[in-house]
Write a protein that binds this ligand. Sequence first.
Ligand code: MSP
Length: 667
Amino acid sequence: MLKPKFYLTTPIYYPSDNLHIGHTYTTVAADSIKRFKKLQGFDVFFTTGSDEHGQKIETKAKEMNQTPKEYVDGIVANIKKLWKMLEIDYDAFIRSTDEHHEKAVQDIFVKLYEKGEIYKDVYKGYYCTPCESFWTESQLKEDHACPDCGRETHIAEEEAYFFKLSKYRDKLLKLYEENPGFIQPESRKNEMINNFLKDGLEDLSVSRSTFDWGVKVPFDNKHVVYVWIDALSCYLTALGYGSENEEKFKEFWPADVHLVGKEIVRFHTIIWPALLMALDIPLPKKVFGHGWILFEDDKMSKSKGNVIYPEPIIELYGIDAFKYFLLREFTFGADGSFSREKFLQRLNSDLANDLGNLLSRTVSMVEKYNEGIIPSPNAEEEFDKNLREMAVATASKVEDHMEKLSFSTALEEIWKLVRRSNKYVDETLPWVLAKEGNKERLDSVLFNLSESLRIISILIKPFMENTSSEILRQLGITHESLWEDSKKWNEAQVSIVGNKVNKGDVIFPRLDIAKELIRLNEANQKLIDERAGAQKKEEKEEEPKKEDPKEEIEDLEELPEISIDDFAKVELKVAEIIGCENHPKADKLLVLTLKLGEKTRQVVSGIKKWYSPEDLIGKKVVVVTNLKPVKLRGVESRGMVLAAQDSSGNLSLLTPLGHVAGGASIS
Ligand code: MSP
């Protein structure tokens, strides 16, 4: 039987710089859609690529003393390396410098010119160089700033070719009205209507003569084709449009969905459909404008030094944890704020505690109580029924969420089942059943847990392929699973009864967040330095960065807003300093002996620059008592004393105002 077709695209990225976590977000989302649709039985084609022309690239290459092509080749190699590292399953990587693409763009331009859709005139307007966009006065923000990037625009005049965009205004409004799903989410549609279409559309300048790096207008060599016409056409040329072999184009066009960031929705829902109408090419079915990933509510930018690269995260914690986090943490249509803390917390709670724990305890119990063989179930009891009903109903809920590209709720739905299964262990207490010798009931419990995990492994497959395979391997399942198999419970074709389980390593080890924050921060910084061509810093003789408590204080400044429950997790106490010595091996550290009620404990602190031991003995300080113990240059530290830091980096220890005994709690 012929499989239904599905075509999806990410934007083609500007290789003006290396890609960060924000760009990765779109590609990871697209990859999970591809895998989901494939699992459902669709024949899927997924296009990504690079948008290599334009003034910005030309300028950047000049700065680097390279030709534009030399410059982009380097970045494109890094982009491809990143997608490989993330196991992105794309079918076409289209470069706008590919020969067949450039030729097709020229043909498109000629065709539009010959049809009278493009004409020559003089353009005068407000031009934003970084965005390569002309704006009308009414579109500008205060102080003539660019409405897209907020930077200053300047008046520019040039002879140019124009596309008759204005005549498509009504057709576009009709398109939106007749196809309510065309622009998603709904709010972006209103934005397009109110900001761009309501007051009429102007014709679009579609050629540039102020720089060279682009596709030449074939009948007028002074001009290059406007970069957006060039870039949008990649969605067609990736399928072979305009080449000798248009088979894929015939099979897969029109696109089922273009995934794009919110700032480029305008190009995809106004210019793109108008252009396709002018070319008599069918229109894409949907454009989804997702939000931005911010770094702690701020836009990521190299100049602010807050760019988060994906490579260090993947290297330290693996692809699946990274993909899971991106899709689970952020609501696809809205902006979201990234922090390393959030990432590590999710890893610990959802992946280590929930999923990892469920797998390891299930497989261990099958090994311990049934010689590693998954038993067959006996009569169904209330808890079993409840678990089964939830398990077989999850797939269709995930389908509904995926239809809306609501990845985070799809994953939340799956995790409800993971948590339900863990609860089932607490309800049925298999170790008690084993002790009582209740083999019949124990068999049912072991089966039900394994069956639920089989279903979970299929449900997570589009998002976490490697983890899915590992669960299947541990459950001894060798046949290929289909999406529909996640709706079946104990049916012959998917039976796991009699399988020999294969216990493996813990799939997601629990992490010490404080330590990992430092590791992650350092790894990202190292990559930033490497990419900036910075000299690798010499290892210094002083304390390693990782163990410097002051460094930890700085890192905590990156924490997001927390609830009172989060705050309650930190145990703060008043302590009296009853002993204080210089650290034997480190110049900046003091070793404090603290008295908390009847107990004493040792804490190492990086405050030697500001205090000497005799200043401190007898003083009361505030200490975090439930930090995991660490060794600082070989001396154990069980807690952290709190200090305030002024703008010059000087530390001052915190102390209670009144008389409070050591050991008093702080809240
Ligand atoms: N080259 C154009 C797209 C042409 S498509 C025919 C372009 N490239 S881009 O590299 O600047 O951006 C590509 C995509 O990455 C956009 O969809 C953009 O929204 C997305 N992101 C860039 N930074 C982002 C975040 N911080 N968060 C989420 N996505 C963001 O535009």
